[in-house]
Design a protein around this ligand. Structure first.
Ligand SMILES: NC(=O)c1ccc[n+]([C@@H]2O[C@H](COP(=O)([O-])OP(=O)(O)OC[C@H]3O[C@@H](n4cnc5c(N)ncnc54)[C@H](O)[C@@H]3O)[C@@H](O)[C@H]2O)c1
Length: 299
């Protein structure tokens, strides 16, 4: 359990977190932080992940129900919310911490996507948010003045080569937040995304050269990359009444990365590297760079 001080921000509230797999998961940290702040927190994952991961242990630790369901499957969501209401009651917050791309897992190039997998990426990582909200509303499972959050990444706004079809999924996820926002607002319910730094989780580490993305982002973030635990602290603020007028936002939780251009040490490092043919070759400029970088004149 989290040893950080509790501010009691979620005292008296109940919620459900979709997507904790193991201790590295962002959803895992959010569930623990919400519990620390006084909430009762149910957790959910797809059955196969519950078998190989540790979400069952988490639900036992929290003393709350584990709801097994595939968030892309409306029948399973219906059964899941019915079970949640029966065993746990209605909730004040919902956390969507779910994502998956088979194209990334199988290292399919963006120019050669498997379209069935692409649809699956969009369904699991974005449309599932729409499905969860819609089914929760149909079941009257979320209370007025509640809060919904989902986890995003800056690849929704900018190109990150290796993030592939997940960039499209994150753009759609953020769009669903904007589209659902005013509709949920009629009941005082807020909805936002947190755009989180690269984080060493199972989903994160599946991305090609993820360690280098992590390193790059860390070097360009004035406050350094944000950890899963730090993300969870920010998340509880958004789940609490203190953020009651914040809705339809994509909020960067990234140590300042999104507002940085570059840094002087990084420019010097790049300049130095460009003087060395072997480094230029190793980095793959021939394959990836615009024409001017392939030309000798650049150096
Ligand atoms: N790790 C990062 O660098 C990073 C950065 C920004 C945003 N995010 C986002 O954070 C969220 C959580 O990911 P994470 O990094 O903690 O990885 P994670 O692997 O721990 O969590 C992803 C979860 O999604 C679940 N899932 C996959 N398909 C599902 C389905 N059909 N039904 C229900 N659950 C399903 C998995 O079982 C897993 O528990 C994702 O939306 C991810 O894109 C991650």
């Amino acid at each position: 359990m989290s040893e950080q001080k509790s501010y009691g921000l979620l005292k008296g509230k109940k919620g459900i977190v979709f997507g904790p797999f193991d201790e590295s998961s962002i959803g895992w940290s959010i569930a623990l932080a919400a519990h620390r702040e006084g909430a009762e927190v149910a957790v959910s994952n797809i059955a196969v992940a519950a078998r190989v991961g540790k979400v069952k242990q988490l639900s036992e630790m929290l003393g709350t129900p584990l709801i097994l369901c595939d968030v892309t499957n409306i029948d399973e969501l219906n059964a899941g919310f019915a079970e949640l209401k029966e065993k746990f009651g209605t909730v004040d917050f919902i956390v969507h911490s779910v994502g998956m791309s088979q194209n990334i897992r199988k290292e399919k190039a963006y120019e050669d996507l498997n379209y069935e997998w692409f649809m699956k990426t969009l369904d699991v990582s974005a449309i599932s948010l729409h499905k969860i909200i819609t089914v929760a509303m149909q079941h009257n499972a979320i209370n007025d003045f509640g809060s919904i959050i989902a986890l995003s990444y800056i690849a929704a706004q900018k190109n990150y080569w290796t993030y592939s079809d997940m960039g499209d999924a994150k753009a759609l996820l953020e769009s669903i937040v904007r589209s659902y926002g005013p509709r949920l607002a009629k009941r005082g319910i807020r909805i936002n995304t947190i755009s989180q730094s690269p984080t060493m989780t199972r989903a994160g580490s599946g991305i090609d050269d993820f360690d280098k993305m992590f390193e790059y982002s860390n070097l360009h973030s004035p406050l350094g990359n944000a950890s899963a635990e730090e993300c969870a602290d920010f998340a509880v603020m958004l789940l609490s009444d203190l953020s009651r007028k914040v809705t339809m936002q994509n909020l960067y939780h990234d140590g300042g990365y999104s507002m940085m251009g570059t840094t002087l040490p990084f420019l010097r490092l790049m300049h130095h590297a460009l003087q060395h043919d072997d480094l230029v070759k190793q980095a793959g400029f021939e394959e990836f760079a615009p024409p001017q970088l392939k030309s000798e004149q650049v150096r």
